[in-house]
Design a binder for this molecule. Sequence first.
Ligand code: HEM
Length: 426
Amino acid sequence: MSPTRPARLYAPVPSCGRSELWERLREIHGAVAPVELEPGVPAWLLLGYHENLSVLQNPHLFSRDTRQWREVTDGRVDLSDSRPTLSWRPNALYADGPEHTRLRAPVADALVRVDLTATSRTVRRIADDLVDAFVATGRADLIGEFAAPLPVLVLNHLYGLPDSYGHMLGDLTAVLFGADARRGEDAVARVHQYFAGLVSRKRVRPGPDLVSWMMAHPSRLSDHELAHAAALINNASHQPTAHLIGNTLRTLLTDGRVRTAHADARLSVQDLLDHVMWTDTPFQVLPARIALQDVRIGDCDIRGGDALLIGFEAAHQDPAVRAAGGGRAHLMFGAGPHACPARNLARTIAATAVTAVHERLGGLSLAVPPRELRLRPSPFLRGLVELPVAFTPGEPVQPAADPDRPRAAEHTDLLSRLLSRWRRSA
Ligand code: HEM
């Protein structure tokens, strides 16, 4: 890597990850390094733990509103592309100040109402269903057949919908985050229809679910805003939760000390998750904050309008915090006004899922050498494409799956029509 050329975050990710890249960038540039998100699209990557924390905690200096990015205001990047380098949507994630408070309050207050004990039982039921589908074969891909579908099925349950809808949403979400841009565009439109349909259904028939609770919130979001809020919950939760589960399973399968400590109950499942969030972060980099004025960070002069990327993985490898030890001070759930409003829910989902695999799959081992495990080609997320495993074949524990068809009366709205179309094309 040339010291004068910005590091290319769009380059293929080596199977061992990018730790070495972060280390070299830190040696050359210190706490902040110039990078390219795409050829000719510049950004700053924050490598230091304290620099990352400070940017997250200072929203008056660093905005979440990507429309203020100089690449956008100068017309070089179009945020309305279905899959731009950085995106913008009318939801809490991209808002600042009072607008952020207005859009976040219904989301955060609805998430607080989720009963974690009951949800843990639901997660276990869903995990058991997923395991039942492959347990007799003695082999599985724990990403494609378990970690990826599970979070969206749980979320769908929290939206008050049966699993059949969750499978459709999971398929759409997988295409959304997949590599095929043409199918991705179609998935963006369908995901939007899904959430618009969900909101109009809940207007007619509210229930004890996330969308109905957001609808009843004193913030009085419009239906358009509610659809975006419901989509945000899905999009913000799906990939990090799936990769937290996947990375934790990978750690258990490849790190004998961790596996033994967990098996001997010296490392609880919650401590195991924290260990993985320090060492095998589900996000390597989080997009983005936009500097609102000229500011100096480390040895770099940042100009107003520049984009700053939160370097989770690099921050966790910062020698300044490595020496201080671990615990829960990792940045994985963010910090400041945008900090994840669902960290306890995310922990519950991941812990229950990992425990289900541990309890259900005896003799679990990797089915390929560890060096053959490939990371997803993303500048932001950090998780495996596949996790092929072998185990002692077992018996399903759940009664044969209910066909789970929606009631006849539900076959008339947009959401049900989408489901019928999805079933025909599946
Ligand atoms: C391991 C799982 C998860 C991780 C690591 C994670 C991490 C994060 C992080 C870092 C942010 C801050 C983004 C920023 O500052 O720009 C965030 C925001 C958010 N997360 Fe999570 N999250 C997880 C799971 C979930 C789940 C399960 C949900 C919902 C069910 C959720 C809902 C949200 C929402 C709505 C926001 C936006 C908050 C705002 O902008 O005000 N997350 N999450």
